[in-house]
Design a protein around this ligand. Structure first.
Ligand code: INS
Length: 606
């Protein structure tokens, strides 16, 4: 790997470790270089590509509010509700996996255009859907768009960004994801009053950012790194100069070119890329780190916590559906706001520390959530009324709310005076709508305050504040690190030839574990109880800490072409493969300002 670095010296440039006489390079010099303004064009590229992240967030987030209206209007049973929610995530998993091929073959720009086209078609299909079958087709279509966008956008942003700002700009994509989820919850709130057709607006509005992105990308350029890999040198050089503004790009261009040639030599040019990745030590290790991060992101339970937030709020006494919708918007707003913290921190503390700190806090908050659920279970309200239930129902056996609500066939029907629960019973749930009981006092839900309350999947508790605190802390810790870093790190750890396939695999792992965790949550809770489920997530987060501590190197500030060096050593070297240990000497022109070196040194003096 040394050849391209020696080249700089031949060109008369100076090594950082060997400053020219009369000019010793101080950290201040490096800071100045790194601080040179980033051309506005890069921000424009980041914005238009991150609209893909926005659509990812919007389309995954909007469905919960739309479902409240849809299930009434289309009379959806539980199976159809689950289909409409999970089909999108399932389709995203499949298209993310196949997106690697599209990305490598047709380029990042075409893939982003394709994703925004698919989002538009999906949005229109959902907006005009005459029946649930067409709606399902629309949901699957947007899922296909999400999968492609989720693996292409971070790669594209990483490839056009200058090294010292790459982390921040790629993390902006995660900010757009959580921003999309937040806007979706606001749109859900705003249209929830439209009992008829409100869902059409909720689902259909996604065409607006999709069209904006499509039109924008008709005018925006391809990634110069991809073009260079495809041998289109002149166009690559021209685009790189356009993106870098007045900075000359010879150095960066030569580095990318040399590294592509070297990579092809080292990794061999034949065979399936996935096989080449697996047969080549550094890329195999990068793949394990990338997929592991994505797996632990989902195993930390983010989507369970987000999905479950409305129920958590109901436990705390928010029984009005409208109020619950708005408070759920507050949950996604927190996720969004704390993601901003991640954008701010990523270039300051680096990826490794941010991920570790985030996992640590996530583990503590999950413990708090689990303890809250444990306290709630232990003080669970007794069943005081025992109406005759059909013999085939298990609901008549329960003496307390806790086992009653853990049985998917039953719910808790009660009256409330302040925080005191009375006249409570455990009765079968209506199979077509879980919002009411199959028969009896809770089978006909009215808005009257004196009418009995139907609690499905939750129990009233005075410990809801512990759970609520756990929820808020969880988002504060998860969002800036584990919510963002898996996407950011994956966009930078693979060499160019392996980047599309590597990201396709890791994004696919993210979506597969997303489906797995959301589909199994209620069953896990049924077997382990809620506190058991949250203790289990805590255990998985502890495994995540061991994995990240052992295997995640710091990639902050390095040029993409140098990151492969971090994976030369053994897989888990406990962070010792930091950039400073494996850094190759980088060369800069001391006079003239045409190349941005790594900002490792800058960070040391920050
Ligand atoms: O990074 C994102 C983000 O944290 C979202 O809030 C979550 O829903 C996604 O599953 C995750 O991939």
């Amino acid at each position: 790997m040394g050849s391209r670095h020696d080249k700089g010296a031949e060109d008369g440039q100076q090594s950082l470790t060997d400053p020219p006489s009369g000019h010793s390079i101080t950290p201040g010099d490096l800071l100045d270089q790194n601080a040179s303004p980033t051309p506005k064009f890069v921000y424009l590229l980041a914005f238009f590509s991150a609209l893909g992240g926005f659509l990812f967030g919007y389309d995954t987030g909007v469905v919960s509010g739309a479902m409240l209206l849809l299930k009434k209007e289309m009379n959806l049973d539980t199976l159809w509700q689950e289909l409409l929610v999970s089909s999108t995530v399932g389709a995203a998993a499949i298209s993310a996996l196949s997106g690697g091929f599209l990305n490598g073959w047709f380029g990042r720009r075409i893939c982003i255009l394709l994703a925004s086209f698919i989002f538009t078609v999906g949005g229109v299909t959902m907006g005009v859907a005459p029946n649930k079958e067409v709606l399902l087709v629309g949901r699957i279509t947007v899922g296909l768009g999400i999968g492609i966008a989720s693996m292409t956008v971070p790669v594209y942003i990483a490839e056009v960004s200058p090294p010292h700002q790459r982390g921040q700009l790629v993390t902006v994509n995660s900010l757009f994801i959580t921003g999309g989820q937040f806007i979706a919850s606001v749109v859900d709130g705003a249209f929830s009053f439209m009992k008829h057709d409100g869902w059409r607006y909720m689902l259909g509005l996604s065409v607006v950012p999709a069209i904006l992105q499509f039109v924008g990308f008709c005018f925006l350029p391809e990634s110069p790194r991809w073009l260079l890999q495809k041998g289109q040198r002149e166009e690559a050089r021209q685009i790189l100069s356009q993106i870098r503004g007045d900075h000359a790009v010879d150095e960066e261009f030569d580095t990318i070119k040399a590294s592509i040639e070297e990579e092809e030599r080292e990794a061999g040019g034949d065979g399936f890329i996935l096989m080449r990745i697996l047969n080549h030590g550094p890329t195999r290790r990068a793949l394990i780190v990338g997929c592991g991060l994505q797996m632990f992101q989902q195993l930390s339970g983010i989507n369970t916590v987000m999905y479950y937030s409305a129920t958590i709020l109901q436990m705390g006494g928010v029984r009005d559906v409208k109020q619950a919708i708005w408070l759920a918007a507050a949950t996604s707003a927190s996720n969004f706001v704390f993601t901003m913290l991640g954008v701010w921190l990523v270039e300051r503390v680096g990826r490794r520390k941010l991920t570790l700190g985030s996992l640590f806090g996530t583990g503590l908050s999950l413990t708090l959530l689990a303890v809250g659920f444990l306290l709630a279970a232990q003080s669970s309200s007794p069943v005081t009324l025992h109406p005759a239930v059909p013999l085939n129902s298990t609901c008549g056996h329960y003496e307390f709310c806790e086992p009653c609500m853990l049985d998917p066939g039953c719910g808790f029907c009660f009256l409330e005076n302040g925080t005191t629960v009375y006249d409570s019973s455990c009765v079968p749930v209506n199979e077509t709508s879980k919002d009411r009981a199959a028969w009896g006092r809770c089978s006909n839900q009215t808005e009257e305050t004196a009418s009995p309350i139907w609690a499905y999947n939750y129990c009233p508790t005075s410990y809801s504040w512990v759970i609520l605190m756990g929820l808020m802390l969880y988002l504060a810790f998860f969002a800036p690190g584990m919510g963002t870093m898996p996407w950011t790190v994956n966009s930078e750890i693979f060499p160019l030839w392996a980047r599309s396939t590597g990201n396709a695999c890791s994004a696919g792992v993210n979506w597969i574990f997303n489906v797995l965790v959301s589909l199994t949550f209620l069953h896990v809770a049924e077997f382990l109880t809620y506190y058991g489920a949250f203790f289990m997530y805590t255990g998985l987060v502890v495994l995540g800490i061991v994995f990240v501590y052992g295997c995640l190197p710091e990639t902050k500030g390095l040029q993409l072409e140098d990151i492969e060096n971090l994976f030369m050593g053994p897989l888990c070297s406990c962070g010792t493969s930091s950039p400073n240990d494996h850094r190759h000497v980088q060369y800069i022109r001391v006079k003239g300002n045409n190349y941005l070196p790594s900002d490792n040194e800058a960070s040391d003096v920050e």
